[in-house]
Design a protein around this ligand. Structure first.
Ligand code: FAD
Ligand code: EPU
Length: 358
């Protein structure tokens, strides 16, 4: 279970101007990859862990809602944020331990995820190759247990440290504590808005163990014999697949997959399959199957559809884009139209993947 490892000394702060780095009325458009226009009432860049207790106390005293922000690649800002945005910019990587099989690498929450993947591949620490090119920060990776091409964060996760928003206490969470699931963790449920993750420790392999069973990855690597493949080859293949279908947020604003892939019961799956023979699905357990939401949305005719400033991506129907840099409400209106259409067409309920604020 979780364990307090340190307690920050409390500091009394009554006025915003006493806190280094605290700003008011800050433009958040550059800090969210959907490029939604929105402003933060209060905003602070957190570059040192020691800044957190004072900032958290300030938020408590003023009863301000908190938005802990990393790369802003999985948030939808519906409007201005009437509270304190804590932009996590903590940096640093430490090899804390190594044994016969593993390297344990502790990484600060503000490090860029893909830069970390590249660093580990350069060092010969294996295991992150399938998770190449996922935007965002290391500290956000446990929130939805990031996953791609047959690997999830939980497969390489050892522990994390987080500051308790209510007490300023530093708490350690092991893998079981985090209750990881598909696009899910404690931090989306009971732990929601209760912790600021400050570091994540990963357990990486000394000997490569390649996972290349995900259909599009297997296809991309089909011409190379398995024994000749390296983790760096897998990383390069994953990057190439992603670049061929996912829009670069710097060019076309987006938050990646807009909906989770839905889980359905076996009976419903068999009925759907009868009416839609090409249905793409993945086994989950004896009673459930996961459907490819992108396939459903694509077959329902949404791919490439444009609604003024917002659109359904032409190469991947699960991705909504915001080329017009419109307010979040416009993107959410298109998502709602799609959700209704999928419910009507397949009797399947789609759930949004990114978090909507406020
Ligand atoms: P943010 O958007 O800043 O925050 C997301 C959530 O995490 C918020 O609720 C925020 O409060 C919380 N949070 C962030 N940092 C912390 C912290 N330090 N402590 C506590 N809470 C925190 N995701 C996948 O899983 N697989 C993919 O393949 C994938 N592909 C993507 C492709 C594209 C083009 C894009 C734009 C997104 C993709 N995503 C994918 C989604 C996104 O990259 C991940 O969810 C990523 O982990 C978000 O990181 P971030 O730092 O941008 O988080
Ligand atoms: N498909 C279509 N049409 C589309 C989109 C997809 O027919 O417009 C089909 C594909 O041909 C394929 C299947 O649907 O047979 C699955 O597509 P893909 O491999 O692109 O993956 P996905 O299920 O759409 C999920 C994740 C992605 C992750 C990839 C690779 C979710 C919600 N999304 O997408 O994560 O990168 O698998 O593992 O689970 C994200 O979370 O933001 C994200 C991009």
């Amino acid at each position: 279970m979780r364990r307090a490892v340190a307690r920050h000394s409390p500091t009394t702060v009554n006025r915003a101007r006493h806190i280094v780095n605290l700003q008011t009325d800050v433009d958040l458009q550059p800090y969210n990859t959907l490029a939604v226009p929105a402003r933060a009432e209060y905003y602070a860049e957190v570059t040192e862990r020691g800044q957190l207790p004072e900032l958290l106390q300030f938020a408590r005293e003023k009863a301000l809602p908190l938005l802990v922000l990393g790369g802003g690649s999985n948030v939808i800002l519906k409007g201005d944020f009437p509270g304190l945005v804590l932009h996590i910019r903590l940096t640093g990587k430490t090899l804390v331990d190594e044994d016969r099989d593993y390297y344990r690498l502790k990484v600060a929450a503000g490090e860029n995820w893909h830069a970390l993947v590249q660093y580990t591949l350069e060092q010969g620490y294996w295991g992150l190759e399938n998770l190449s090119l996922i935007p965002g920060s290391v500290g956000a990776a446990p929130i939805q247990n990031i996953g791609a091409y047959g690997v999830e964060l939980k497969d390489v996760f050892e522990r994390l440290e987080a500051v308790d928003v209510a007490t300023g206490e530093l708490i350690e969470f092991n893998k079981d504590d985090c209750a990881f699931g598909y696009r899910d963790s404690l931090f989306k449920r009971e732990g929601r808005d209760r912790y600021v993750i400050v570091s994540v420790t990963l357990r990486l392999l000394r000997q490569p163990h390649l996972k290349v069973t995900y259909p599009s990855l297997r296809e991309a690597l089909a011409s190379v014999p398995l024994e000749a493949l390296t983790p760096r080859d897998v990383g390069r293949a994953v990057c190439a697949i992603r670049q061929s279908k996912l829009p670069d947020p710097m060019a076309i604003p987006n938050v990646g997959s807009f909906f989770k892939n839905p889980l359905v019961g076996l009976d419903q799956f068999m009925e759907l399959q009868m009416h839609h023979p090409g249905l793409v699905s993945y086994p989950v357990d004896a009673r459930h199957v996961k459907l490819a939401a992108g396939w459903l949305i694509d077959r329902a005719g949404w791919k490439g559809v444009q609604r003024g400033p917002v659109a359904v991506h032409s190469e991947q129907a699960l991705v909504l884009t915001n080329p017009g840099r419109a307010p979040g409400a416009k993107v959410l209106a298109l998502a709602e139209e799609i959700r209704h259409s999928i419910a009507a067409e397949y009797n399947v309920d789609l759930e949004a993947e990114p978090r909507v604020y406020p």
